[in-house]
Design a protein around this ligand. Structure first.
Ligand code: FES
Length: 69
């Protein structure tokens, strides 16, 4: 079992907790050393991709996964 946990937040980002190596589309490492958790955008609206910047709320992002709330 991995020590890394990825949680799809309701109508929000993918929350990544635990050891992770993040690289951009060019294969360059993205520094996450200052972040205990990493929230990755899945709505496509963030101005700070690959990270979530809260734009999903303003955009009214709705994920297709059934959830409470
Ligand atoms: S999921 Fe938060 S800005 Fe895209």
């Amino acid at each position: 079992m991995s020590d890394t946990k990825i949680t799809a937040m309701p109508n929000g980002p993918l929350m990544v907790e635990g050891p992770v190596q993040l690289v951009d589309a060019a294969g360059n490492a993205v520094d996450t050393s200052e972040r205990p958790r990493v929230a990755l955008c899945r709505c496509g609206q963030s101005a700070n991709k690959p990270f979530c910047d809260g734009a999903h709320g303003r955009a009214g992002f709705q994920d297709p996964t059934p959830h409470d709330g």
